[in-house]
Design a binder for this molecule. Structure first.
Ligand SMILES: NC(=O)c1ccc[n+]([C@@H]2O[C@H](COP(=O)([O-])OP(=O)(O)OC[C@H]3O[C@@H](n4cnc5c(N)ncnc54)[C@H](OP(=O)(O)O)[C@@H]3O)[C@@H](O)[C@H]2O)c1
Length: 268
């Protein structure tokens, strides 16, 4: 995997209206890159654009739902028209969560989580390959999660989508290495963003965790260095190591924690 300087690059960022995606788009533009920001909320993208009006790079946006095939095609058409078909960096960051036991969830929730977190990203990658092949140092950055390595109760659907992204990225990295296209997997731990307020089920307020700005700067460094993957916290790294080397013990600990959580919830 090669290293590159993130300056003057043409970058597409999904989920750029809040949290990690917004922070990545902002840092990229301040670093002199040209960003096409994607998300559904236009007012947020407009606000970001005006915040960055004086920056060295530029930010343009296309609003839409990343799960729509027509929308993804319009992104590819935009790259063709405005960047002569060349894309240097694709950041697949848009994501949603679902927090409740599988038995209490439903088919629609599972499909939504998989559509946004997995199928939409793969659809965009498929369409972007032709554009990335025209770049001198192309890279795909997929934002997954520590929960794409270690499974947590009450987050089974979310874990399924992130495990899928993890496995897919590892396989794709090897396939695309033959063409010189890097695949960087970013696996954040709990991050302060709107994520917990906008989960499909089980929304809550989250005040703990790393700032989205810090996650974004780690992710951009990983892209610059051409790292295969970054795990963004000590706790996250410990969980992944425990899952790899002591899976039975970790399951017992998680069961104890989950039972305790269910009991305290039933007492509330
Ligand atoms: N926060 C955490 O603790 C955490 C931890 C590990 C991994 N992650 C991952 O990090 C990524 C970013 O999450 P975040 O924490 O920054 O959450 P966030 O603040 O809720 O941002 C999510 C972004 O995704 C976009 N999005 C959601 N559904 C979309 C759709 N159907 N079409 C287009 N855009 C859509 C949202 O934009 P619109 O609503 O405007 O469309 C928003 O910009 C996600 O993949 C998440 O799974 C987060």
């Amino acid at each position: 995997m090669g290293s590159r300087k993130l300056s003057g690059q043409r970058v597409v960022v999904t989920g750029a209206s809040s949290g990690i995606g917004r922070a990545m788009a902002s840092q990229l533009v301040q670093g002199g890159n040209h960003v096409l920001a994607l998300a559904r909320r236009e007012e947020r993208l407009l606000e970001l654009q005006s915040e960055l009006a004086e920056a060295d790079g530029s930010l343009l946006y296309l609003t839409g739902d990343v799960t729509s095939e027509e929308y993804r095609q319009s992104v590819s058409d935009w790259i063709e028209e405005h960047w002569n078909g060349v894309l240097d960096v694709l950041v697949n960051n848009a994501g949603v969560g679902s927090i409740r036991p599988f038995a209490e969830s439903d088919e629609a929730t599972l499909r939504k989580v998989m559509e946004v977190n997995f199928f939409a990203a793969l659809g965009l990658i498929r369409l972007s390959l032709q554009h990335l092949r025209c770049s001198r140092s192309p890279v795909i950055c997929n934002v997954a999660s520590v929960l794409g390595h270690t499974a947590m109760p009450a987050k089974s659907e979310y874990c399924a989508s992130k495990f899928a992204m993890h496995g897919f990225s590892d396989a794709l990295r090897i396939e695309l290495a033959l063409e010189g296209i890097d695949v960087v997997l970013v696996s954040p731990s709990t991050t302060r963003s709107e994520f917990f307020a906008s989960v499909i089920s089980g929304a809550s307020k989250q005040t703990k965790g790393m700032s989205a700005d810090k996650v974004a700067s780690h992710a951009l460094k990983a892209i610059e260095k051409g790292k295969r993957e970054v795990l963004l916290s000590w706790a996250g790294r410990c969980l992944v190591i425990a899952d790899r080397f002591m899976p039975a013990m970790l399951s017992r600990l998680l069961l104890r924690w989950y039972r305790h959580r269910l009991i305290s919830e039933s007492e509330d």
